[in-house]
Design a protein. Structure first.
Length: 432
């Protein structure tokens, strides 16, 4: 018999990105997992796979798992709260005091369990996630995420200035020592949960701390995630804090903290990234986490995603909870499209809005590239899949591509039946 480990066939209505411009659909087709690797999607099941178990989801949509490139786990309880403030006031008044509570492990456990449970039940199969500055709470978050079965990068946040006292590390040396303690404590502990260095953003980290994290990244071969050019006042502030820099991205570059193509960083937002920042990100292989929902909620602006794609930059989508309102990646696809339309209409009419195909790509194959061969049903990719019932959709079209688009515009009609990561079923809806 063919390999039994994570080997099976899903049968249903299949949709996946072939590339940025094209979604392939197969009505009543087959997608094959062999030892957790996708062997492709087919109209007719090839004979060489006929011995595999066929799991029939006839009438349901089968799509690749979605990738959330930017989320703040400790902010999850604050989703949808106080977003009538702009970024810096919102952080100081609400988010920093909330994150300070994670020194209490009981509080952290209750909150992080909610976050992990909703991650498991949602459309996301891979994610890059911020914790807090608290080492033990970050380890707890990683423990809980490991149990969900999703694949994630998780970061202990570094921040030794410009925060409330209860959320400020005492010195750059302490911050770096705690980061090393965190890395030592988790070494060899997980199979699906990986560390990522996480300077919150340059206003929160002294020059010495940023330099130390850049050195640690090089020493350990660790990736970095942070924020870049999200808000007008933030950009001005960075220039004041690092006056020798020529741009916000260059400030990271000066500290060797923006990664390399072989060890790429994730920079969230990039709303105000100019020509120089585009050049720097392209040179370093940076992945942009586009967070349209949070950028609208905090009145930060709209990132020029069409330009980034035209320039050949790597782009995925981030929910950015809690400034983003939900972990639901279908909703993030919709807001991504809507934001691009407003950018086209109100900012630059030379940059056409994103198509549905392009936004779906960003949520799957685009962001998935950060994790390797992830985010599609082409042969040789990790078998990450979400099975979605849309049977309650009013006036459901027969066309598979139209059904997929329609559930992004009306996600209340999308019910997850099952979810797979690397061919392992991590969530199965139980009928009651």
């Amino acid at each position: 018999m063919l390999g039994a480990h994570n080997s099976f066939v899903l049968k249903g209505d299949i949709a996946f990105s072939e590339d940025l411009k094209n979604i392939k659909t197969i009505k009543d087709g087959y997608v094959v997992s062999l030892d957790g690797i996708c062997m492709g999607a087919f109209d007719t099941l090839p004979k060489k796979y006929e011995e595999l178990e066929v799991i029939d989801y006839k009438g349901s949509l089968i799509v690749p798992g979605m990738v959330d490139l930017h989320a703040h786990a400790p902010q999850y309880l604050c989703s949808g709260i106080a977003t009538d403030n702009e970024l810096l006031d919102w952080l100081n008044k609400y988010i920093f005091p909330e994150e300070a509570k994670y020194s209490d492990l009981e509080y952290a456990k209750k909150s992080y369990q909610n976050f992990a449970n909703d991650m498991k039940r949602g459309f996301t199969t891979r994610a890059s996630i911020f914790g807090t500055m608290h080492t033990d709470a970050t380890i707890l978050l990683m423990d809980l995420l490991e149990e969900t079965g999703i694949v994630s990068y998780v970061g202990k946040v570094n921040m030794n200035r410009n925060s409330v006292d209860a959320l400020t590390e005492n010195s750059e040396d302490e911050s770096l020592e705690e980061t090393r303690r965190w890395l030592q404590s988790i070494e060899g502990k997980y199979t699906r949960t990986f560390p990522i260095l996480t300077p919150r953003f340059i206003p929160s980290c002294s020059d010495g701390l940023m330099k130390g994290l850049g050195e640690l990244s090089k020493e350990k071969g660790l990736r970095i995630q942070s924020h870049l050019s999200e808000n007008v006042d933030e950009v001005k502030w960075v220039k004041e804090l690092v006056p020798e820099s020529t741009s916000y991205a260059n400030a990271y570059e000066l500290f060797n903290a923006i990664g390399e193509k072989t060890v790429p960083s994730i920079m969230a937002h990039c709303v105000y990234s100019d020509d120089e920042e585009i050049r720097i990100m392209k040179e370093h292989g940076t992945f942009i986490a586009h967070c349209a929902d949070s950028n609208i909620n905090l009145a930060s602006g709209i990132a020029p995603i069409r330009r980034f794609l035209n320039e050949g930059l790597k782009v995925g989508i981030g929910s950015d909870v809690a400034a983003g309102s939900t972990l639901n990646m279908l909703r993030m696809i919709l807001v991504t499209i809507q934001a691009s339309k407003m950018y086209y209409r109100l900012v630059d009419s030379s940059l056409e809005p994103l198509t549905f195909e392009e936004a779906f790509y960003l949520a799957t194959l685009g962001g998935g590239e950060y994790f390797g061969k992830v985010g599609t049903f082409k042969e040789g990719y990790a078998f990450d899949a979400v099975v979605i019932s849309d049977e309650n959709m009013a006036a459901k079209p027969d066309n598979v591509r139209q059904r997929l688009e329609k559930i992004c515009y009306n996600d209340a009609d999308a019910v997850i039946l099952s979810k797979y990561v690397d061919g392992k079923n991590i969530f199965l809806r139980r009928e009651t």
